[in-house]
Design a protein around this ligand. Structure first.
Ligand code: NCD
Length: 311
């Protein structure tokens, strides 16, 4: 039973709830290994996937999770919606509510949009990424993958490398990992690390080799070229030489460092193909765990009643 009705972000989210989601996700992982990968847990529950921003893997992962749980789903993407005809966010939301939907999975370019949505509708709201703010389901699948690899989260040393400034994945991972007792270091170009992060209790170190010596795992982030002006990243070549996870750099550190990436990857920029496809990477485990984590989140939020009924 989770404390909150919605999953909007991991800031101040109870660690016992993160653990409950991860534990449930491991049970659903077993379902995914069966020949018939489907359970009736959410039969009769209707979920809308409301995507106001492009997404491939997160949308597919949620859709698959919903199908595996036998929920009924409707997909709604901004390009095909009446928003293009000038309908307000509130009207769209209220129309969806009128159709008796139980849960909404929403991706939106504006930070805080999922919270805003909770004010208009009664349905459960799950944030699938809101601008540069949070992406809680990604952080949960990342933590599940770390727990699978190391057997625990407390005490792990995790480095998040790259474009922190534009990354909702980074922010949700910082909140989640810290609440689970892991240590977090951020590494990237100074102008891509927002100054407020040091107040969150993380360490910042722009020397990647020092960070790799320290870390148990690296969560490598995509350079979000669509979100930045060219001035922020003058040279891709220079970025790669300072912050790229290259095969040579990984080989220089004579220890196992687990490599993660939320995708989509810019191969040859923040990560080399040999690393992404190599033995230390758990990137495809993350993808599978993403389906299991989202099944757990949907099941715990839509199949059970919350303790307080509040967000
Ligand atoms: C991330 C996102 O959309 O925030 N990707 C994802 O959800 N799989 C990271 C990114 O876009 O780089």
């Amino acid at each position: 039973m989770l404390t909150h009705k919605h999953l909007l972000g991991l800031e101040n989210y109870p660690s016992k709830d993160i653990q409950a989601i991860i534990d449930t996700a491991f049970q659903f992982r077993e379902v995914l290994d069966r020949p018939i990968k489907k359970v009736p847990s959410l039969q009769g529950v209707t979920i809308v996937n409301l995507f106001f921003e492009n997404s491939t893997r997160t949308r597919i992962s949620f859709e698959l999770a919903q199908k595996r749980l036998s929920a009924d789903t409707v997909n709604f993407s901004a390009s095909s919606s009446s928003l293009k005809k000038g309908e307000s966010f509130k009207d769209t939301a209220q129309n969806i509510e009128a159709m008796k939907i139980d849960a909404v999975v929403m991706r939106h370019p504006a930070p805080g949009a999922p919270l805003h949505l909770t004010q208009f509708i009664d349905a459960v709201v799950i944030n699938a990424g809101d601008g540069t703010h949070e992406h809680p389901t990604q952080a949960i699948l990342d933590m599940m993958s770390l727990q699978e690899k190391f057997g625990k989260l407390a005490g792990l040393k995790i480095a998040i490398v790259g474009d922190i400034l534009h990354s909702r994945v980074a922010l949700s991972n910082i909140h989640g990992l810290q609440s689970m007792g892991a240590e977090v270091t951020l590494c990237g170009p100074t102008n891509l690390i927002p100054s407020f992060v040091e107040d969150l209790g993380v360490t910042v170190n722009s020397n990647l080799d020092e960070v790799m010596e320290w870390a148990d795992a690296l969560n490598v982030l995509r350079i979000q070229r669509e979100r930045m002006g060219s001035a922020l990243l003058p040279s891709v070549r220079e970025y790669r030489s300072l912050f790229g996870i290259t095969e040579e750099r990984l080989a220089n550190h004579k220890k196992e460092i687990v490599i993660m990436h939320p995708g989509p990857m810019n191969r040859g920029v923040e990560i080399d193909s040999q690393v992404a496809d190599g033995g230390q990477a758990i990137i495809l485990d993350q993808v599978l765990n993403g389906v299991a984590s989202r099944m757990a989140i949907l099941y715990l939020l839509c199949g059970e009643k919350p303790e307080d009924g509040n967000a």
